[in-house]
Design a protein around this ligand. Structure first.
Ligand SMILES: Cc1cc2nc3c(=O)[nH]c(=O)nc-3n(C[C@H](O)[C@H](O)[C@H](O)COP(=O)(O)OP(=O)(O)OC[C@H]3O[C@@H](n4cnc5c(N)ncnc54)[C@H](O)[C@@H]3O)c2cc1C
Length: 405
C-alpha cells in the first residue's frame, strides 16, 4: 500500500527554482512539500555556478557561498582580451552550499523537504487536470495530493512530460566540468575560451572558486555539434591548451556533467493547477547559458502566485497566468535578442572569433557585462548602436537593438 499525504502545494525538484518556489509559497502560510529525488539537496552538481553580485545581494545569498570575480578574460586561437572592473560584479557560486542554503531557508519557513523521493507519475482529475504526483522513496510508494504542482525538475521536466504538455528539448547545451585543485590561480579572473579547438559550438571556461580551486569546463551546443564535451575536456586538460597551462599542476577533485535547454522560451508555463519554472520553462540567458538567477527569481514569483491562487481557492490557468505575464515581461525580449547574438557566435570560424575579440576589447566593463548578461535595456542598446565610437561595436549592438525576434 502506498502512503498518502496532503499538501496545498507540491514542488517537484530541489534545485534553485524549486527551493525558491517552496520558500516563497510557505512564507504566505500555505502547506508546502518540496520533493528531491537525490539523497540530499545538490548531491550531484550539474552547473558551473557563475552569477552576478547584484542578484546575489538581491537574493540574500550569504557571503561564504561565492567567490568574487572582477576580471573577465577571453581567448580565441590567436587573440586574447581582459576586461577589468574596478569592483567585482560577477561571482562563482559554491553550488552545493548555495542550493542547500536555499532549501534550508525553505525548510526554516515550514516547508516539508522530502529527499530520496523520485516522482514518476501524475495524478489527474476527471477533467485531466493535475491534482497530485506519485513517486517512490526507500519506504515504498508515496502519493502527494495537492491543489497546485510546481514542476521544477530541471532539464528532464518530469511532471510536465507526464502531463503531456511538453516534449523533450530539441536544442540544448551539454557541459562537462572538472573541479580541480591548481597550483597557480588568479582568484579574481575568469576565462572564456572560444574557437574550434575549445568547442565547435559553445565555449570552454575556467572559473575560480576561491583559494586554489577552479572549475575547468567545456560546453557544446546540440544538435549543432556532435563533439562529446567530456572527451573534449579531457583533451584540453591533457594538452594544457591556452590559459589552462597557466594553472600549473592540476589535481582533480570532482566531475560535473549537465544539460541545459536552449530552445528559447518555447514553452507555455501555466496550466490548470500547474506551473513550470526554471529549466523546465527554458528560463536561461542563451548567450552563456546561465539560468540560476532566473530560476531563483521566477521560482519566487511562481511560489507567490501559486500561494495566492490557493488562498483564493481558484487555481485554474487564468489564476496562475500572472506568473507567466511577470517573467515574460521581464526577460522575453532580452532572451530573444540574446538568441540572435548566440546564432552569430555559433557560426563563427576561428578567424572570425579572433576578430570578434577585437570588438569585445572596445567595450567598457559595464557595456561588456550588460552584454554578456543579456541585460539589453532598449535605451542603452540604442545609445550604443548609434553612438559607440567603433563601427564594429555599433554593428554588434545593432543586432540586439530590435527587441522582437
Ligand atoms: C554544464 C552546465 C553549466 C552551467 N553553468 C551555469 C552557470 O555558470 N551559471 C548559471 O546561472 N547557470 C548555469 N547553468 C544552468 C543552470 O544550472 C540551470 O539553469 C539551473 O540549475 C536551473 O535550475 P532548476 O532549479 O530549474 O533545475 P535544476 O538545478 O536542474 O534542479 C532540478 C532538480 O530536480 C530534481 N529532480 C529531477 N527530476 C526529479 C524527479 N522525477 N523527482 C524528484 N526530483 C527530481 C533534480 O535532481 C534536481 O535537483 C549551467 C548548466 C549546465 C548544464
Amino acid at each position: 500500500m502506498s502512503k498518502e499525504v496532503d499538501y496545498d502545494l507540491v514542488v517537484v525538484g530541489g534545485g534553485p527554482a524549486g527551493s525558491s518556489s517552496a520558500w516563497a509559497a510557505a512564507k504566505k502560510g500555505i502547506k508546502v512539500a518540496l520533493i528531491e529525488k537525490e539523497n540530499s539537496i545538490a548531491e550531484t552538481v550539474r552547473t558551473s555556478g557563475v552569477t552576478w553580485i547584484q542578484n546575489i545581494k538581491e537574493f540574500g545569498i550569504p557571503e561564504d557561498c561565492y567567490n568574487k570575480i572582477k576580471n573577465f578574460s577571453f581567448c580565441s586561437p590567436n587573440n586574447e582580451v581582459t576586461i577589468s572592473d574596478s569592483e567585482p560584479r560577477a561571482a562563482v557560486l559554491d553550488v552545493r552550499k548555495t542550493y542547500r542554503w536555499l532549501a534550508s531557508r525553505a525548510e526554516d519557513n515550514g516547508v516539508d523537504v522530502f529527499v530520496k523521493t523520485n516522482i514518476n507519475q501524475v495524478i489527474k482529475n476527471e477533467q485531466g487536470d493535475i491534482i497530485g504526483v506519485k513517486g517512490s522513496n526507500p519506504e515504498g510508494e508515496i502519493v502527494f495530493h495537492s491543489k497546485v504542482v510546481i514542476d521544477a525538475s530541471g532539464f528532464q521536466s518530469t511532471v510536465s512530460k507526464a502531463m503531456g504538455v511538453v516534449t523533450q528539448w530539441k536544442r540544448f547545451g551539454a557541459g562537462a566540468e572538472w573541479e580541480v585543485k591548481a597550483e597557480k590561480v588568479d582568484q579574481e579572473t575568469w576565462w572564456l575560451m572560444v574557437g574550434q579547438q575549445y568547442s565547435p559550438a559553445g565555449y570552454a571556461w575556467i572559473f575560480p572558486m576561491g583559494e586554489n580551486i577552479v572549475r575547468i569546463g567545456v560546453g557544446v551546443g546540440k544538435p549543432e555539434s556532435n563533439v562529446d564535451p567530456t572527451q573534449r575536456l579531457e583533451e584540453l586538460i591533457k594538452k594544457k591548451l591556452g590559459p589552462i597551462k597557466k594553472l600549473g599542476k592540476i589535481t582533480p577533485i570532482e566531475f560535473h556533467y549537465g544539460l541545459i535547454p536552449n530552445d528559447g522560451l518555447s514553452r507555455k508555463t501555466v496550466f490548470n493547477n500547474l506551473i513550470l519554472v526554471g529549466d523546465v520553462a527554458g528560463q536561461a540567458n542563451p548567450l552563456v547559458l546561465e539560468g540560476i538567477r532566473y530560476a531563483i527569481k521566477f521560482g519566487k514569483v511562481a511560489g507567490n502566485v501559486a500561494a495566492d491562487a490557493i488562498k483564493n481557492k481558484k487555481t485554474d490557468e487564468v489564476s496562475l497566468q500572472p506568473y507567466e505575464d511577470n517573467w515574460r515581461k521581464e526577460i522575453e525580449a532580452k532572451i530573444n535578442s540574446a538568441s540572435k547574438v548566440q546564432d552569430r557566435w555559433i557560426g563563427l570560424s576561428d578567424d572570425e572569433w579572433d576578430k570578434e575579440l577585437d570588438i569585445i576589447k572596445e567595450l567598457k566593463s559595464e557595456e561588456f557585462l550588460d552584454f554578456i548578461k543579456a541585460d539589453f535595456g532598449l535605451s542603452n542598446m540604442l545609445k550604443l548602436a548609434m553612438n559607440h565610437p567603433k563601427l564594429a561595436v555599433r554593428q554588434l549592438f545593432n543586432l540586439v537593438r530590435n527587441k522582437k525576434k
